[in-house]
Ligand binder design. Sequence first.
Ligand SMILES: Cc1ncc(COP(=O)(O)O)c(C=O)c1O
Length: 341
Amino acid sequence: MFLASDNTSGACPEVMAAVQRANDGYARGYGADEIMARVTRHLRDLFEAPEAVVHLVATGTAANSLALATLSQPWQGIFCHRHAHIAEDECGAPEFFSNGAKLVLVEGAHGKMTPDALEATIASTGVGGVHGVQRGPVSITNVTEAGTVYQTDEIAALTARARYHGLPCHLDGARFANALVATGASAAEMTWKAGIDAVSFGGTKNGCLAVEAVVIFDPAKDWEFQLRRKRGGHLVSKNRFLAAQMEGYLEDGAWLRHAAHANAMAARLATGLAGKAGVEQRHPVQANMMFPEWPEGTHERLEAAGAVYYRFPAATGREAARLVTSWSTGPEDIDRFLAAF
Ligand SMILES: Cc1ncc(COP(=O)(O)O)c(C=O)c1O
């Protein structure tokens, strides 16, 4: 009953097998390996973007920070939701890697920016001439930090406001696969067809050991991204092992199968909880993460039964749980949790 995060699960068999295969013999370092060439082709096909820039890093924080640094200038603001991972959970890395771009926070219920809130925030930024930060990229997270999912038209509505002001757009896709299976969209529809310029394509949370791809749709950004990655200490010398993880992850649709499973386990849990007295979901459950609140004493009972998850203070004075399912969550784990409840 490890529901604290999707990173509490191990790596999936497809990824482990690919890493084991990659361990045979020798390969060029720093991304010049053959597996990387295949992964680049695979991701370009997947995104229907034959020219896209594709590079790998080991953490989502590095993927987001390096992508945003490539899209911004140090004197700009990066617009994101108030509770975005880049704002709350990356220790200032986007500001650090961008040489000081400032995160400008946008309001919105259930982890989602609304186009009007984004527009208002953009409109009030960069109006003080040389004295204030200038307008810079917009960063959108899907699946959001509240476990909700933007449909592709909602992403397009946000990027349209950004475009109007000439601003580029980034997608934090740490849970990209979960968002894709939740919406039924293709990778292209979720990104460049909806106005996204760069995406952090997550692998770790959905079955990899430690790998995320950065995909940038403007090939002119390639060299700059490579220099930033090296300078930032995120060019991995034995890149073949990052590439192997990504290859195993993508092969035969493993990534979508695992995300569909994680989402289905969350749906099973949410359905089970919906039948229990006093349970309230703080946000709609749309992918593999939920934030239920429940009556006094329940946390203690669940923890005593072996459930592991984070608690968050809620506005109601109670504590909400954060429950995250993963590729390896079994239906029996969910049923045990519900029985312990
Ligand atoms: C929305 C989101 N973005 C990015 C990340 C990646 O973070 P890390 O640097 O821990 O791999 C996470 C992980 O919690 C996340 O939830």
